[in-house]
Design a protein around this ligand. Sequence first.
Ligand code: CA
Ligand code: CA
Length: 302
Amino acid sequence: MSVIFSTQDKYVNMDRDAFSEEVITPAPSSSSVSPPLPPPSATVKKSTMYIILALSVVVTSMMFAVTVTIVYHIAKEGNTSSNGGNAARSRGGTDNVSSGSQAHVQATTQSPDKGTSNDKRSVTYFTRWGRYNCTRTSDLLYAGYTAGSRYNQIGGTSNILCLPKQPQYKASFPGRSRSYLYGSEYNARGTNLAAVFGKDLNEHDIPCAVCEVTGSSAMMMVPARTECYRDWDKQYSGYLMTSNSAHNKSMDIVCMDENPESISKSEANNNGALFYFVEASGQLPSPPYSRDTEITCVVCTK
Ligand SMILES: [Ca+2]
Ligand SMILES: [Ca+2]
């Protein structure tokens, strides 16, 4: 069915159903041609937030890792240059350091060796003539017999030795020796050994002891003294003794302990290396040196 609309009013001849259709369904407006975008849903918003958050975490982690790496390399280079500088200074390098710094490095390098060597390696020794034992401040290394050449021989040695009680031998070929060592005796009959030592040791053989002193590095025997000079420690004092001036044999002069001992059962007169007191004579100033007085001695360590 069709209806007639006024042409004056822009009536047109239209199909009735079409007209009804238009009444039921309004004609699309200009806005319906370009409809607005629907608003983002809540799911889309959350996803975006998660992505942004993840990206932030990744970027922050990367920046942290880069920072840590840079700091590590800077610190490593600092240590390397520091060690290199010390090494160069230890080798006498020419890097720009103050003399004070160089002195500190050298002192630090040398100090352990110096301390160890001075405290633990320093040792000296002396022979205590006329005794089997050592002093309070020394340790016995060995004890034995005082020996030398015989009093009436021209050759041989002038040294006086402290022979150990237990010798160690190598080759043995009897009869080919051309020099001899003898035992020794206190032989100062004319000067009255008993008056000096307080006991009669005439013809008795002489013992000896080799003593070591830890913590000291020097030893000296001072003649004509009973006390040490400053900063030296007294080990023992006694009397100078050596060979008789009228005998053929010249011998070392030794400091015999003021309280001597003798080798057991050595009273027989065997006349090997004979020891006598020593007295001042000749052009030595008198006073203070006096004739007929036994010259003293002291053994000191430092
Ligand atoms: Ca004897
Ligand atoms: Ca004798």
